[in-house]
Design a protein around this ligand. Structure first.
Ligand code: FPP
Length: 263
């Protein structure tokens, strides 16, 4: 590690107050988070798994606020995957309730802060109340121009890609597009995140190191950071450390190392 990077890491470790934008050399435009470890946190504290998810939701508020304060443009959160339906009925209904509670308590502040909410995933399988609340949140904030807050609910990335392929296939079938005219941009434009930049930084808490079907296309050139901390314990300070790590990465997008970095 270079001396400058080491100094920054040390000062960051000592200074636990939230950092401000100017204290970062480089910030990601789009951050994605896999909020993992709620179950293990609950077990560690001899609590029911639902309490782990509740604690994780409490934590989320601070992380969203800090993302907004730093001026990061987009934040994507993996709240409920298509595979999460396989969990116990009790856990699924606790998560569904948390979605309602989260929007009931946060929507006013998010809207006031000009945050635009977008739900990634198929709302069709969700209970009616959740569907309504999510649609309302999207509608209410659709003309907001601040932070793009994407919340993945009943989301699976492969299903999202299949949806995009089907939509493009229809345009080919009706003669609007020729197969050779299909571009990477066109595929991006048919994903839930259409019009948003690709992910720059993917954070997965709890030490697990996999993507679990989250934003596969959008994460093509993302930098990955895997903090060991369980999601309910993931603080703004831990977030700053992950953002700092991103700032030190040398992103080449398949190109050559820049001269300045080989000094
Ligand atoms: C993974 O932990 C986490 C989830 C499956 C759900 C994450 C959801 C929230 C934090 C709250 C809901 C979000 C919103 C926006 C209202 P895990 O249970 O798989 O943890 P484990 O691997 O330790 O068991």
């Amino acid at each position: 590690m270079k001396l400058k990077a080491l100094k920054t890491t040390l000062s960051l470790a000592l200074k636990k107050t939230p950092r401000t934008t100017s204290e970062f050399e480089k910030l990601p435009v789009h951050v994605a988070i896999i909020m993992d470890g709620n179950g293990r946190w609950a077990k560690k504290h001899h609590l029911n798994v639902s309490r782990g998810h509740r604690q994780g939701t409490e934590n989320l508020r601070e992380i969203i606020r800090h993302t907004d304060d730093l001026g990061i443009k987009a934040l994507s959160l993996y709240a409920f995957s298509t595979e999460n339906w396989n969990r116990s009925e009790e856990e699924v209904s606790a998560l569904m309730q948390l979605i309602l509670d989260f929007f009931a308590s946060e929507i006013d502040e998010l809207d006031a802060k000009n945050v635009r909410i977008l739900i990634l995933g198929d709302k069709g399988r969700l209970p009616e109340r959740q569907r309504e609340v999510l649609r309302e949140a999207e509608k209410r904030t659709e003309s907001n121009t601040g932070l793009r807050l994407n919340i993945a609910v009943n989301y699976g990335s492969r299903a999202e890609i299949v949806k995009a392929v089907r939509e493009i296939a229809v345009t080919v079938k009706n003669g609007t597009v020729r197969p050779e005219e299909i571009t990477e941009q066109m595929v991006s434009d048919h994903l839930y995140t259409a019009g948003q930049p690709d992910v720059d930084l993917l954070i997965r808490t709890s030490g697990e190191q996999r993507l679990s079907n989250f934003l596969l296309y959008q994460n093509a050139y993302a930098e990955f950071v895997f903090p060991e901390v369980l999601w309910p314990d993931f603080s703004v300070h831990d977030y700053d450390i992950a953002l700092e790590a991103f700032g030190r990465r040398d992103r080449r997008f398949g190109g050559r190392k820049r001269d300045a970095d080989s000094e």
